[in-house]
Write a protein that binds this ligand. Structure first.
Ligand code: PLP
Length: 413
């Protein structure tokens, strides 16, 4: 062992032993030069141990990033076929975990090798669905910089969701530090510029055992990552949606407005049926009137008419998408008039263009909508001009190719 690096999330500080291969031309090859993370020896070398209390840390967060930085191999990406990335899990090197008990706050987290987790069969998340997740992306820039897009928005959304699901949540700062540390530790898995991104998946779950219905006694916050390409196999080509008139994704007073895991299992049936008929996904209607648009299974929806863009207003049954919020600002900046309001199926069918937004899909143009057997097409099956313009406006910002005048980008290096 040549160096001992320091890692921490908040009040509690931990150390991780690293091996720096300085003899190797000065390049630091700490942990990643070891055999794969499922090797026990490697695990032990990576485990964090308590730091002796004489060490003081004025800025523990900066320290966490510094250490995560030292864990990665900055100049070398893994040997993957970057041109064929879809949206499937690729195992990476590290994940981040942090635990706390009900009624307490998260304090200390650690990076551990990516792998399976052990969980009691009576865990709250397995039995009662007490779980939340988030999704955000890291992009690699030409100059080697790594960019995150509005990660504090994901942190705040997780906090709001945790409140609804009776779970303790990491603070915004803890969330950000965990995300940054995980990205830096897995830096070699970030696709080259223009080839995709590193999808970041923070999870919060009731990991403690509970038999009778109640909040779990223990919670786990976990962050893992995977390099990804396009979410829909269509890429930027238009997708085909079917309006679901029987099943609903969310109901007033329910949990549609938070990113809880049960919202996703609940859409699988309708989504599966739609896919079996050749549609890309399902568009849901409000459960009260069955007339107003809500959202797609995992993205928000926008309709364009002339210079006006409308999207369903947020009222508890729709996930407040961060891409949605950003596109509203980008569109206004580009001179469009944007309304957040109830949007009817009739407006949808009468639109010039329709598109979806989400972290995974970014901006996905809709080529057709089928409602009660009637199919309406948009933009002569090509990508609509407005969708294209907004996609370009947003992705240029996310990839660091445009001036970040909104202050949305967080640089990691
Ligand atoms: C149900 C649902 N709606 C909308 C979105 C889009 O949200 P965001 O733009 O924050 O990714 C997502 C994706 O995370 C989602 O799961």
């Amino acid at each position: 062992m040549e160096t001992a690096a320091v890692f921490s999330t908040a009040a509690t500080v931990a150390t991780v032993a690293t091996v720096a291969g300085r003899a190797n031309g000065g390049l630091r090859y700490p942990l990643l030069s070891f055999p794969p993370p499922n090797n026990n020896k490697f695990r032990n070398q990576l485990r964090f141990t308590s730091l002796n209390s004489s060490t003081t840390y004025g800025n523990v967060n900066a320290r966490a990033i510094e250490v995560a930085s030292s864990l990665s191999v900055p100049s070398e990406t893994v040997d993957l076929n970057w041109d064929n990335l879809g949206f499937g899990l690729v195992h990476t090197d590290y994940m981040y975990t942090m635990k706390c008990s009900l009624g307490e706050s998260f304090t200390k987290g650690e990076l551990v090798p990516f792998g399976n987790i052990e969980i009691n069969p009576s865990a709250g998340v397995l039995n009662y669905g007490q779980g939340l997740f988030e999704g955000l992306k890291a992009y690699r820039k030409e100059d080697g910089n790594i960019l995150l897009f509005r990660p504090e928005e994901n942190a705040k959304r997780m906090m709001a969701g945790a409140e609804r699901m009776c779970m303790p949540s990491p603070s915004v700062d803890q969330f950000l530090q965990a995300v940054k540390a995980t990205v830096l530790a897995n830096e070699r898995w970030i696709p080259p510029p223009g080839k995709g991104s590193l999808y970041i998946r923070p999870l919060l779950m009731g990991s403690g055992s509970v038999l009778g219905l109640a909040p779990a006694p223990e919670y786990t916050f976990l962050v893992y990552v995977s390099p990804v390409g396009n979410y829909f196999k269509e890429g930027l080509s238009p997708i085909n949606l079917v309006v679901e008139t029987e099943m609903h994704r969310a109901t007033p007073g329910g949990t549609g407005g938070v990113k809880t895991i049960g919202n996703y299992a609940a859409v699988l049936k309708a989504q599966g049926a739609a896919k079996a008929k050749g549609y890309s996904d399902v568009l849901y209607l409000d459960s009260t009137h069955k007339k107003y648009l809500e959202e797609v299974s995992s993205c928000n929806i926008f309709v364009v008419k002339g210079n006006t863009i409308s999207t369903p207003d947020i009222k508890g049954t729709i996930l407040p998408g961060i891409t949605r919020k950003s596109i509203i600002d980008v569109a206004r900046d580009q001179g469009f008039e944007v309304f957040e309001k109830p949007v009817t199926v009739d407006e949808l069918l009468d639109a010039d263009e329709v598109f979806c937004t989400g972290t995974a899909v970014v901006v996905s143009p809709v080529g057709s909508i089928t409602y009660l057997g009637k199919r309406v097409t948009y933009g002569n099956t090509g990508v609509g001009l407005v969708s294209q313009q907004l996609y370009s406006g947003l992705t240029r910002l996310q990839m660091g190719l445009a001036d970040d005048k909104m202050g949305w980008i967080v640089e990691l290096k």
